[in-house]
Design a protein around this ligand. Structure first.
Ligand code: ATP
Ligand code: MG
Length: 440
C-alpha cells in the first residue's frame, strides 16, 4: 500500500477527550473515529488490526472444534421474554420498535438466540458435543462509555456457546475454550491471565476472566508471579483429549490469581512477598458455564442414551476483539506511539522513501516495494513528499514492527537502513538483503 493512496488521517494534536494512552494513540494514528458517544468507526488502519485479531480468534476457535455461524444484531424481544431476561436486563439493552409495533432489540449477547437455533434442529445426544460461535457487533448502553473502544456501547464480540449432555461433558467443553483462549491471546502477543470469576447461583469454579496486566486497567488484580512464565500449549494440542485438557487447565488455575471481587486476602497474605504481583488489569475474555439456565427456560432438550429427554448443559465464551486492540496498545507502546506485536500489526513493514523525486531513491524504493510484496510481505510505502521528521514520527506512531529507510545517499551506495520499532535498533544493510532481513 502506498501511503499517498491510503487513508490515514493522522492527528498532530493530542485529542483532549482521550484519558488513556490507547484511546489517544488510536485517535492520533487514525485507527478510529467517534461517531456518537461510545460508537466508533474503525478507519482503515484500525480495521486491519481488528481483522487480524478476528482471524487469530477464528483460527483458534476452529482448531478447538467450535463452528462459526453468523447471527443478526437485531433480535426479537419474544425470545428474551422466554428466558425472562427481557425485563431483567435493564437499561443496558437498546430496545427498538418496528413499524408493526413489534418489540425488537439490538443484541447485547446471544444466549437466547443460539438456544433457539439449537432447539430447532438438535434432538439427540448423538449430535453433541456442539459449540457454535460468531463474531458480531453487540450493543450495550453502558452508563459511562469511556476509554474509546475499550468500553464502548457498540463493540465487537466473539461469542461461543457450547451444548453438552451432562456436566462432565460440559466441563470438557469449558476446558477446550480455556485452552483455546490461552493460545489466542498468546498468538496476539499478549500475556492474559485466567482469573476465577463470579459464578452466581450456578456455583462451582467454571467461570474465568482472562486479564491482561496494564497500569490503566479498570480492575485491581492479584496473581502469583509463576503466571508470567507458564508455558502456553502448542498448536499440536489434541482438543479431543479430555485428560490432557484438564491437566493444562489445572496447571493454569493452581497458582493464585483473582480480581478484586474474588480476592481472598488470607491466601494472598500467605504468599511470599517476591511471588506477589499486584497490578491493574483489563478483562479481554470471559468464559462461563451456566448449566441448564437457558435450556430449561426455553425447552432445549435432547434425548440421552437412555431414551430420556434432558435439558442441555451450556456455557458461553466471550472475547472482545475491539477491546483487545486497545488493550494491546495499553500493554505495548512507548512515548512515540504504538508498538504492534508482529501477529496483529496492520502492515508487516514500513518502507520510507526519504526523498521522493530523487531518481535513485525512487528506483531503490520501488524495487524494494515490489520485492517485499512478491515475498508476501504487507508493506506500507511512504512515498510522500514530506519532511523527514514527519515521516519518522508517523511510522513510529503507527507502530509497524519494522521500518526500512532509504535516502538518496544510501540508494547511491546500494544500502538501506533497517529500524526495529520495539528496540529502536538501527542497522545499515545492502539493498539486496533487505527482503530476507525483513522476513527473518
Ligand atoms: P465488563 O465487566 O468489562 O463490562 P462484561 O463482563 O460485561 O465486561 P462479557 O459480557 O463477559 O463482558 O463480554 C465478553 C467480552 O466482551 C468481555 O470480556 C470484553 O472483552 C468484551 N466487552 C464487554 N463489554 C464491552 C464494552 N462495553 N466494550 C468493549 N468490549 C466489551
Ligand atoms: Mg459489562
Amino acid at each position: 500500500m502506498r501511503l499517498s493512496r491510503f487513508f490515514l488521517p493522522i492527528l498532530k494534536e493530542n485529542p483532549k477527550e482521550a484519558e488513556i494512552v490507547s484511546h489517544r494513540l488510536m485517535l492520533r494514528a487514525g485507527m478510529i473515529r467517534q461517531q456518537s458517544a461510545g460508537i466508533y468507526s474503525f478507519l482503515p488502519l484500525g480495521k486491519r488490526v481488528l481483522d487480524k485479531v478476528c482471524n487469530i480468534i477464528r483460527e483458534e476457535q476452529n482448531r478447538s472444534g467450535a463452528i462459526e455461524l453468523l447471527m443478526p444484531t437485531i433480535q426479537s424481544a419474544d425470545l428474551w421474554r422466554e428466558s425472562g431476561r427481557y425485563d431483567a436486563y435493564g437499561k443496558e439493552m437498546l430496545r427498538i420498535e418496528d413499524r408493526h409495533e413489534r418489540d425488537l432489540l439490538y443484541g447485547p449477547t446471544n444466549e437466547e438466540m443460539i438456544t433457539d437455533i439449537f432447539r430447532s434442529y438438535v434432538r439427540s445426544y448423538k449430535d453433541l458435543p456442539l459449540n457454535l460461535y460468531h463474531i458480531q457487533w453487540k450493543f450495550r448502553d453502558e452508563v459511562r462509555p469511556r476509554f474509546g473502544v475499550m468500553r464502548s456501547r457498540e463493540f465487537l464480540m466473539k461469542d461461543a456457546y457450547s451444548f453438552d449432555l451432562d456436566f462432565e461433558a460440559a466441563q470438557t467443553a469449558y476446558h477446550r475454550m480455556f485452552v483455546s483462549y490461552l493460545r489466542t491471546f498468546a498468538r496476539c502477543g499478549l500475556k492474559a491471565i485466567p482469573m476465577r470469576a463470579e459464578t452466581g447461583p450456578i456455583g462451582g469454579n467454571l467461570s474465568h476472566e482472562f486479564i491482561i496486566l496494564a497500569s490503566t486497567g479498570e480492575s485491581e488484580v492479584f496473581c502469583h508471579r509463576d503466571f508470567l512464565d507458564l508455558e502456553v500449549p502448542g498448536e499440536g494440542i489434541d482438543f479431543s483429549d479430555a485428560v490432557s485438557l484438564a491437566a493444562i487447565v489445572d496447571r493454569w488455575t493452581t497458582p493464585y490469581a483473582a480480581t478484586d471481587e474474588m480476592h481472598d486476602t488470607a491466601t494472598w497474605d500467605a504468599l511470599p512477598e517476591d511471588d506477589k504481583v499486584a497490578a491493574r488489569g483489563i478483562e479481554v475474555g470471559h468464559i462461563f458455564y451456566f448449566g441448564t439456565k437457558y435450556s430449561s427456560a426455553m425447552n432445549a432438550v435432547v434425548t440421552g442414551p437412555d431414551g430420556k429427554e434432558t435439558p442441555v448443559h451450556m456455557g458461553s465464551y466471550g472475547i472482545g476483539p475491539s477491546r483487545l486492540v486497545a488493550a494491546t496498545i495499553e500493554a505495548s507502546h512507548d512515548e512515540n506511539g504504538i508498538i504492534w506485536p508482529k501477529s496483529i500489526a496492520p502492515f508487516d513493514v514500513g518502507l520510507i522513501n526519504m526523498k521522493p523525486g530523487d531518481a535513485e531513491c525512487d528506483a531503490a524504493c520501488e524495487q524494494l516495494y515490489a520485492e517485499m510484496g512478491r515475498a508476501g510481505l504487507d508493506v506500507l510505502y511512504d512515498d510522500q513528499d514530506t519532511r523527514a521528521g514527519a515521516k519518522f514520527a508517523t511510522m513510529d506512531l503507527i507502530g509497524l514492527p519494522m521500518q526500512v529507510i532509504v535516502g538518496p545517499r544510501g540508494a547511491k551506495a546500494g544500502e538501506a537502513e533497517i529500524k526495529i520499532r520495539a528496540s529502536g535498533e538501527r542497522e545499515t544493510i545492502p539493498l539486496a538483503s533487505v527482503v530476507t532481513r525483513v522476513q527473518a
